[in-house]
Design a protein around this ligand. Structure first.
Ligand code: ZN
Length: 142
């Protein structure tokens, strides 16, 4: 059971920029603040989004497009590094005006409001490498 142990670093509370993409916003935030590993949560609302469902047989994401405003009822994720750059992994539960939800791996999300709480993890590197079995970039831990 590979694992890594970290200390808690900075605790950031961030209000994300209107109309920016949540995934890109988090990557740029990590880059600017020199954060190489973190866990985060966020709530708010998105103008539109693209979710991914990973087809384990085809080993690729099927896209689920959400073309209208939605509540970001729950959003969790982590930041690690891949090829020296921040790699943001986000999952979200998005609710439409009737409260019906779609959920999955967040590929893109145009921000209306996003209140982010990011907890930096310090002490080790958390690096991603391509994994042949899954065709995903997974944590490379020994
Ligand atoms: Zn995912």
């Amino acid at each position: 059971m590979p694992f890594a142990e970290f200390d808690l670093g900075k605790n950031l509370v961030v209000s994300a920029d209107l109309d920016s993409d949540l995934v890109r916003f988090l990557a740029e935030l990590a880059e600017r603040r020199g954060i190489t590993a973190a866990a985060f949560t966020a709530i708010g609302a998105l103008k539109c989004a693209k979710l991914g469902f990973y087809d384990q047989e085809k080993r690729e994401y099927q896209k689920i497009t959400i073309g209208s405003p939605c509540e970001m009822a729950s959003c969790i994720g982590n930041i690690s590094t891949k090829n020296g750059k921040p790699f943001v992994h986000v999952h979200a539960v998005l609710a439409n005006k009737d409260g019906n939800t779609k959920a999955g791996h967040l590929l893109e999300g145009v921000i209306f409001v996003a209140e982010i709480h990011l907890r930096e993890l310090k002490g080790s590197r958390l690096e991603r490498k391509h994994n042949e079995t899954t065709n995903l970039s997974l944590w490379d831990m020994k």
